[in-house]
Structures are given as C-alpha cells and as structure tokens.
Design a protein around this ligand. Structure first.
Ligand SMILES: Nc1ncnc2c1ncn2[C@@H]1O[C@H](COP(=O)(O)OP(=O)(O)OP(=O)(O)O)[C@@H](O)[C@H]1O
Ligand SMILES: [Mg+2]
Length: 661
C-alpha cells in the first residue's frame, strides 16, 4: 500500500514539465480507486435493482420461524375462509333440501334439524379457528415488518455514520433522513401487510378455482369470470397510481426538507423578516401536494365502484345460470349459494390486489435506495495491515499533495477541480506553523487532509514519516486533534461535549482542559456548571465560548499534534494569547490564522495562494523578501484609516515576544 502511494507521489510530484505532469496525474487520478469504485458501484446497483425485494427476504433469516409462523397463519386463515362457503352450502342443503345429502359426511342422523345444528357448530368452530389464525397472522406479520424495518434502520444509520466526509459533503441531510425514516417504513408496510395479503390472494384464487371447477365447471367459469377482469383493473389502476404515489412521496419529502431547513436556519429567516415569504413558499408547495393527493384519491375512488359493479354483474350471472340449473333439478340451492359466496369472498382481496402490488412496487423503490446506501463502502477505512504507532512524536508532512473535493465524482470524464496543487510542507515536533492566505485559498482543505477527513488525489500526508493511509484511524485520532473552523456543540452537557473526543475522560480532566482552553471561567458561571445543557436545545453559548469548548474537546485527546482551523477567530485577541500560551509547549501546532497576533506567535508562516504554497518563513524573513506575504501585510495595514487604531498594535503588544521558544 505504502509502496503504491509513494511511487505515485514521486512520479507525479517530480516530473519537470508542468503540463505533462498535470495530464499524467489527472489520468492517474482517474484510475484511482475512487473512480474504479464509482464504476463498479453503478454496475452493482444496476444488477441489484431487480433483486431489491429478494434481498429484503435476507432480513427474514434471523427470524425465519416466527416469520414462517406468521405467513403460515395467513395461509391457514385463508384455507378456513375458503371452507366457510362450502360448509354453508351444505348446511342449506341439509336443512332446506334434506334430500340433497348436505353434510352427509358428519356423524349423527342423516338429515333434518340435527344436521343443521351439527353444521352450525362446525361453522362456529371454523370461524373461531379462523379468527385465531387471523390474529396470529396480523400480529405476526406486524412483528415481522417491525423487525425487518428496525434491522434496516440500524444498518442504514450505522452505514451513514461510517461513510466518508466526501460522501456527506454532497448528500442532503433531509434526503438521508428520508432514507432512514420513510424508506424503511415502506419496507415495513411491505413485509407486514403486502406479503401476507399477496399470499392470501394467491391461495384464495387457487382454492376457489379448485373447489368450484370440482363442483360444476360451467358455473365455475361464470363465477370466476370477474376475477381476471378485477385483476386487470387492479393492476392497471396500480400502474396509474404508481407514478402519482411517487410524486406524492417526493413532494412530501421536499416539503419536509424545506420546513426543516427553515427551522434550523430560523435566525436567518427572522433576521431578514422572511417569515411571510417562507410561509408562502411552503403554502404553495403544500397546495401542490394537496392537488397530487386528491389526484390519487380520485383514481382510487373511481376504481372501487367499478369493481363493485363488476362483482354485482358476476353475482347476477351466477344467479341466472345457476338458478336455471336449480329449477331443472341439476343443482342444489346450497351449491348456488356457495358459488355466490365465493364471488364475494374473492372479490374483496382481488380488488385490493392493486393496492398491495403498489406497496410492493414502492417498497422495491425504497429497498433499492436503501441498498444503494448499504452497498456503498467507506473509502477511508483502515488497511488490513494498518499500523498502530505506540508513541507518536508529532512530525507531520504533506508531500507533493494534489487534492480535489469531488475526486470521487461518478463521472470519470469530469476533471475534478483541484483546490491544492503540489503542496509540500514539513512541520517538526513541537513546531508551531501558521497557515495564511486569502479566503478560498485552500487552508481548510490542507488541514482537513491532516485530520484524514479526505485522502489526497496525488501525494501523501504523513505522521511521523508514515503515510496516513497506512496508519490505523485510531492512531491518527490519537496523534492528531482537529478543531474545526465552525465550532459545533451537540445537544448535551458541557461535560459530554468535551469528553466526546475521549469517552471516559474524568470530570477533573475535562475541567483541566477547559482551564487550558480558557473555558472554565464561563462554564463555572453557567447555571449547572459542567452539567449545563448546551447546543441546539440547550442553553446557547456565544461564538467565542463555543470555540473554546471545541478547543477543550481537542485538548482532552492529549494528541501531540493540534490542528486549529481558525479555531479561535471569535475569541478576543487577549484571551487568545493567554490560551495560546497555556497550550502544551511540546505540541506540534498547525494553525490556520487570520489575526496578526496569532500569525506572529508562530515559529513559521506558510502562505497559500490558490492552493499552492507560495512562501514560507518567519514574519521578518517574509517582510524582507517583499513577496506576497509582505503585500498582504501592507494591504491590511493600508486598509486601516489610522495606524494607531490598528487592532494589530494591541496584538503586537501582547505577543511582543514573537515566536515560541
Ligand atoms: N466540501 C467542499 N466541496 C467542494 N469544494 C469545496 C468544499 N469545501 C471547500 N471547497 C472549495 O475549495 C476551495 C478551498 O476551500 P477552503 O475551505 O480550503 O478555503 P479556505 O482557505 O479555508 O478559506 P476560508 O479562509 O474562507 O476558510 C474553495 O474554492 C472552496 O470553494
Ligand atoms: Mg477555511
């Protein structure tokens, strides 16, 4: 693994001709595992498309016996349902038409009232047994559906948490939430109701055909004629409803996402008095959704009466044809009733066939989307032979690094937009390097590579001389602590937010790092101190307070390398200087910085411009060199109307010692 990356680094990094080099590198990047994975992925997904529902059955494996019991109960209940008209027909024959030999197979007197009573008892027993099986079926399938959905939800959320940062950059949170909630719900409906209902319909139709043709094939043909017509109506209805259901599903998702976004950004909405506008936009979409829903309802309500009409015609036809046979003495009254009863017994579920096929189709779409996620493998995982470093010195390096955020774009012909070009930089143990550059020059990208949130397209990032790709993630996390540009806190206590980086950190340890990060003072003043809830639903902190807690969270890891992405920008210069001085002196610090006092405190300054390192050295050296850094410095100075008012003057006073020892 190391060999491969190093050789690629050297060839791409050291070629003379820059155009030649970039072309070759691009070609290499296209052959990178990302692209191979994207191509393989799409072929895989295509193959799975047909099998999503089949794959779902795999989730039944751990619960195979309860599932078999539930679906078996469905079959049993259906068989009993089929028996009821049969027995009913014979009771009628036994009671009214005593010569017809109804229920002759039951023990007791051959005809008359005794027969009737025995038959009625039998009917009661069947009805009770069917009720019992029906309960087992309904409860059992509901349980199976919930188990399958819970299993999928667990798998999907687990996968989402493990997928790479690059994946999450492009994904919409709203859509991912829909996957976890809605798509698993569709699958639940399928496993809980559709499977059992489709089994029921199949057993009913097969049973009715067998029983009726066994009695009288002509009358059977008349009685069963509506079934295929109903089935065709149901299926075409489902075909018409399918896309509309999908549209409703999409519109619902869009509506939820819109509301979610407005609510999470409620401050922006309110600050720009956009409440009315936002509400109107929501209303418009809501109305569109209403129209779509009504459309679905219209089709539903037009299909059902048609089906009832067809059932009525079928029943009349049986009465006509069968009635003549009864009059001619060729058919018993009981049999005529039996035929009619079967028509209605079949009619109900066959009418719902479309509905359940629809559930199956929607579950298939949802399952496909879920498997698309589940089949996605995170790229940034430990190599099988990943190294665990026992001691970490804290030496980091970027070697001829090229990087693009979208390097795993599915379309291999698209050239990813590079945000870092041939960046090489070494930082020794205990050294403090400040990264400077204009907004968008690639500072965040550079330090995110060090935290291995991404891998470089070309070149390597190293810790103690090891390519990060060869190290275990645990080692990287132990070695490098990263403080993001935007400090985020979870809805949890201060203690839990800090200890998040090292579960099990003691209260004293958390307090210790909070002191270092200049947070202890304000945390103590919170109503419940370290137990105060912060974050979304809790007490809201100021930007600078949040940043200090984020720093404490990184410090609690005791990592020898601290990566600070403009992490104290919202903290006043004086406090920042105090915090900086209290940081462990032996730490390697790579800090992206805008503020002069921070920059001056560094041992070395590295200037980035459009993704390239254009200059590095101490402040004095860079000013003397009169290059890009000196120009930036002069521009900032010129921007201030009066030199004496420069915030830098105060900063300079605080940090007059210059770099760290
Ligand atoms: N997740 C992302 N996906 C795609 N492009 C990105 C992503 N993040 C940043 N970029 C782009 O990469 C370039 C470098 O961004 P980066 O965040 O590294 O800049 P920066 O130097 O940290 O800027 P700032 O000082 O504003 O924080 C920018 O052009 C930006 O638009
Ligand atoms: Mg940045």
């Amino acid at each position: 693994m190391t060999e491969v990356h190093h050789s690629r680094t050297e060839r791409c990094g050291t070629r003379g001709d820059p155009t030649d080099r970039s072309r070759e590198c691009r070609q290499r990047a296209n052959r990178s595992p990302f692209h191979a994975e994207a191509r393989e992925g799409s072929a895989l997904i295509r193959r799975l498309r047909a099998q999503a529902l089949v794959r779902l059955l795999g989730h039944l494996r751990p619960i195979i016996w309860p599932a078999a019991g539930a679906y078996g109960a469905a079959i049993g209940a259906t068989l009993l349902a089929l028996a009821i008209p049969r027995v009913l027909g014979q009771i009628i024959d036994a009671a009214i038409d005593q010569g017809a030999g109804g229920l002759a197979w039951l023990p007791g007197p051959p005809a008359g009232r005794g027969r009737l009573l025995a038959g009625a008892m039998l009917l009661l027993v069947i009805a009770v047994a069917r009720g019992g099986l029906s309960f087992l079926q309904r409860y059992g399938t509901a349980w199976v559906g919930r188990m399958v959905a819970a299993d999928l939800r667990r798998a999907v959320s687990d996968r989402l948490l493990r997928l790479d940062t690059a994946f999450h950059d492009k994904a919409s949170v709203g859509q991912l939430m829909t996957r976890v909630t809605d798509d698993t719900e569709k699958v639940r409906q399928f496993a809980a109701t559709a499977v059992a209902e489709l089994i029921t319909i199949a057993v009913l139709v097969a049973g009715a055909v067998a029983i009726l043709t066994g009695i009288d094939s002509l009358l059977a043909a008349v009685a069963l004629a509506p079934v295929p017509i109903l089935a065709v109506l149901a299926v075409t209805g489902a075909g018409r409803l399918g896309p509309r259901f999908l549209a409703v599903q999409r519109a619902t998702g869009g509506l939820t996402a819109r509301l979610q976004e407005s609510l999470t950004q409620i401050r922006i909405v309110q600050a720009f008095t956009a409440e009315r506008r936002t509400a109107t936009a929501y209303e418009t979409e809501n109305e569109a959704l209403f129209t779509r829903r009504l459309d679905v309802a219209r089709i539903f309500t037009s299909i059902f009466p048609t089906m009832s009409g067809i059932l009525g015609i079928g029943s009349a036809a049986v009465l006509l044809v069968g009635g003549r046979q009864v009059l001619a003495g060729e058919l018993s009254i009981g049999t005529l009733v039996l035929f009619n009863a079967y028509i209605f017994l079949l009619g109900q579920p066959v009418r719902r066939l479309g509905f359940f096929l629809n559930i199956a189709a929607r579950a298939n779409t949802s399952a496909r989307r879920l498997y698309e996620l589940l089949d996605r493998e995170p790229v940034l995982v430990d190599a099988p032979d990943a190294l665990e470093l026992q001691t970490i010195e804290g030496r980091v390096a970027w070697r001829h690094v090229d990087f693009a955020f979208d390097q795993e774009a599915a379309d291999p012909s698209r050239v990813p937009r590079r945000v870092l070009h041939d960046v090489s930089l070494e930082v020794g143990p205990g050294e403090h390097v400040a990264i400077v550059g204009t907004s968008g020059s690639g500072k965040t990208a550079l330090v995110q590579l060090l935290a291995r949130l991404y891998d470089p397209a070309v070149g390597a990032v190293e810790l103690d001389g090891h390519d990060l790709r060869t190290l275990s993630r645990a080692t990287i996390r132990r070695g490098i602590a990263f403080v993001e540009q935007e400090a985020f806190l979870f809805s949890a206590s201060v203690y839990h937010n800090v200890a998040f980086a090292r579960p099990g950190a003691t209260r004293a340890e958390v307090e210790g790092v909070c002191r270092l990060a200049g947070a202890h003072h304000f945390v103590s003043a919170l109503p419940e101190g370290y137990e105060t809830l912060v974050g979304e639903r809790g007490m809201t902190l100021s930007g600078g307070q949040r940043q200090r807690l984020a720093l404490a969270r990184a410090l609690v890891t005791n990592a020898p390398v601290m990566v600070l992405d403009d992490a104290l920008s919202a903290v006043d210069a004086g406090t920042e200087a105090t915090i900086r001085e209290s940081l462990p002196q032996e730490s390697t610090i790579v800090s992206v910085a805008q503020r002069l006092s921070t920059i001056l405190a560094a041992d070395r300054i590295v200037m980035l411009e459009a993704g390239r390192v254009v200059e590095q050295g101490t402040h004095g050296e860079l000013i003397a060199a009169n290059g890009p850094y000196a120009r930036m410095f002069a521009k900032t100075r010129g921007a201030a109307p009066d030199d004496t008012d420069l915030p830098w003057e105060a900063d300079l006073a605080v940090t007059s010692g210059g770099g760290r020892p």
